[in-house]
Write a protein of this length. Structure first.
Length: 318
């Protein structure tokens, strides 16, 4: 019978038995000991007395088990007893799970491989077609010479055939607005391709936010100044979303009127203007699409599309 040596009474022991439902004497003993009670085992029936050697082995094993229980804190004894009981009744096969691999630190993690918006095999050709201007530095235009002489006019100069050239270079305007953040790596890659195609000394790179007329520059934003179009009638290339990807109330968003002011400024300088926009044509502002040639910055864009957009050639005005 259990004997209490603490403030816990037999009613508490009964509630513990009802809650934990022990099924053998060892479990009941563990619960009683954890509650600060001593459990006297019932005396064995003489008719069922076991051989002396066997009784001694069982008593020794019981004393060792009880001693190990008493060394543990009270809650641990109860939990250990319940776990031992459940394992003995329903032993499940052990499952070996390999440990997870150590995660890579952020400094060692590599960015996914860039899939450029323009197909690499078309990029150089697209840039050459888009940035070339016509220059009369070719052979003599025989047809024009015949027409002039047939009309009875004098030849003051020999007319030459127009040929596309990249000698005027390019003014590259890179939009660094927040909405262009997903395309930063594409901007960097295309910038390198432009330099390799046109030449380092013929590329003027300026950065801006919103619209170039708010300010542009080659260095950090605090050093930017008033935007000026090129003096050499060089083509101007925009890498921008033209405000398409920005919320309506975002401070960085430039409206159509602001862009039209910029377009008039570039046209006044007699420089061709071209925009690479990473959105489909259905999202382009119609007023801007009517004023300047816009090329979809996309993997489906080919040289043929660019040439058709620019009508195969672009004359420098004046």
């Amino acid at each position: 019978m259990p004997q209490s040596f603490s403030a816990i009474n037999l009613g508490d022991l009964a509630r513990a038995f009802a809650r934990l439902k022990p099924t053998n004497e060892d479990s009941r003993l563990a619960i009683a000991v954890s509650l600060g009670m001593r459990w006297d085992l019932p005396k064995p029936n003489k008719s069922l007395v076991k051989p002396k050697a066997k009784r001694e082995r069982e008593r020794t094993s019981e004393r060792q088990s009880q001693t190990e229980f008493e060394r543990l804190p009270a809650p641990t004894r109860v939990i250990s007893s319940r776990l031992d009981h459940s394992r003995s009744e329903d032993a499940a096969p052990s499952i070996s799970v390999p440990p997870l691999e150590a995660s890579v630190s952020e400094s060692d993690a590599q960015s996914p491989r860039l899939e450029p918006l323009f197909l690499p095999r078309w990029t150089r050709a697209i840039l050459s077609a888009g940035l070339a201007t016509n220059s009369e530095v070719g052979e003599i235009d025989v047809d024009r010479v015949v027409d002039i002489l047939a009309s009875g006019q004098c030849l003051k100069t020999l007319p030459l055939l127009s040929t596309p050239t990249l000698t005027r270079g390019v003014q590259l305007l890179i939009d660094r607005s927040q909405a262009m953040t997903p395309f930063i790596r594409d901007q960097i890659r295309l910038h390198r391709e432009i330099v390799a195609t046109v030449g380092t000394d013929r590329v003027t790179t300026l950065r801006f936010v919103g619209c170039p007329i708010r300010g542009a520059g080659a260095g950090p934003e605090p050093t930017w100044s008033h935007y000026e179009p090129p003096l050499s009638k060089a083509p101007v290339l925009l890498l921008s979303d033209l405000g398409i990807g920005r919320p309506m109330l975002n401070d960085e968003r430039a409206g159509v009127r602001e862009w039209l002011t910029f377009i008039r400024l570039v046209k006044k300088a007699k420089s061709p203007l071209l925009a690479f926009v990473p959105y489909e044509a259905s999202r382009w502002p119609p007023k801007l699409a009517n004023e300047i040639p816009i090329i979809q910055w996309d993997r489906n864009t080919t040289v043929t599309i660019v040439c058709n957009k620019l009508k195969h050639a672009r004359e420098v005005i004046g």
